[in-house]
Design a binder for this molecule. Structure first.
Ligand SMILES: C[S@@+](CC[C@H](N)C(=O)[O-])C[C@H]1O[C@@H](n2cnc3c(N)ncnc32)[C@H](O)[C@@H]1O
Length: 199
């Protein structure tokens, strides 16, 4: 099945989130039979953007990358294949986990990456040196305290499309057509605190 372009996804998703929020309706995707209720629908990051995410994070074979809401696993799999990076993807949808395991096998990186079915809010992310995500603004905001408390200072956080409120990114980039914005943050020393955030 063809997916909408990511630009369309952003517009639709933010529009939908705003209008649902305006009516006081939760933005989680309702559970359908035998499938969990998702906080974000599956829309894959285009390969150009995956490559840019990994380049902004400067991933190496010494990193451990976690993709929260990992979809078909393309971010950890690309990192493992191109840079030898170890890592993990977490997705609530078992169909995505099955696709990711098949893709990892196909790419020959099952010794480097693993995929776990579970809720992204409940994962132990403390091992990550790079955390990637393509979620939604409210999900990013809900994750911020966990990012600041559970990750080591210096960990790189890279988000496709969505910011994290007033936390000032270290860098942003866009794709060749000006879309697919990517944000990079570095987890700060707790004594210094996150740039731009007044707490
Ligand atoms: C926009 S897709 C991003 C996929 C992938 N990270 C990428 O960039 O190509 C978001 C993914 O988050 C997953 N997801 C949604 N809510 C989740 C939750 N609470 N816990 C774990 N995964 C979730 C969806 O199943 C979907 O695969």
């Amino acid at each position: 099945m063809a997916h909408p372009t990511t630009r369309t996804f952003h517009v639709l998703l933010v529009g939908a989130a705003l209008s649902l929020a305006a009516f006081g309706i939760a933005t989680a995707q309702p559970a359908v039979e035998n499938q969990p209720a998702l906080d974000v629908p599956f829309v894959p990051t285009p390969q150009e953007t995956v490559d840019r995410i990994l380049s902004m994070a400067k991933v190496t074979d010494s990193d451990y990358l976690i993709d929260l809401g990992s979809g078909d696993g393309r971010i950890p799999i690309t990192a493992a294949k191109k840079f030898g990076t170890k890592g993990m993807g977490v997705d609530l949808n078992p169909v995505r986990i099955a696709e990711s395991n098949a893709a990892a096998k196909e790419a020959g990186v099952t010794d480097k990456v693993e995929f776990k079915q579970g809720d992204l809010f409940e994962q132990d992310i403390s091992k990550a040196t790079v955390l990637t995500m393509y979620l939604l603004p409210d999900v990013n905001m809900k994750l911020r305290p966990k990012i600041w408390s559970d990750l080591k200072p210096g960990t790189r956080i890279v988000s496709h499309a969505f910011s994290m409120g007033d936390w000032t990114p270290e860098a942003t980039t866009t794709g060749p057509s000006g879309g697919n914005m990517v944000y990079l943050w570095i987890v700060p020393d707790p004594k210094v605190g996150p740039k731009g955030v007044t707490r």
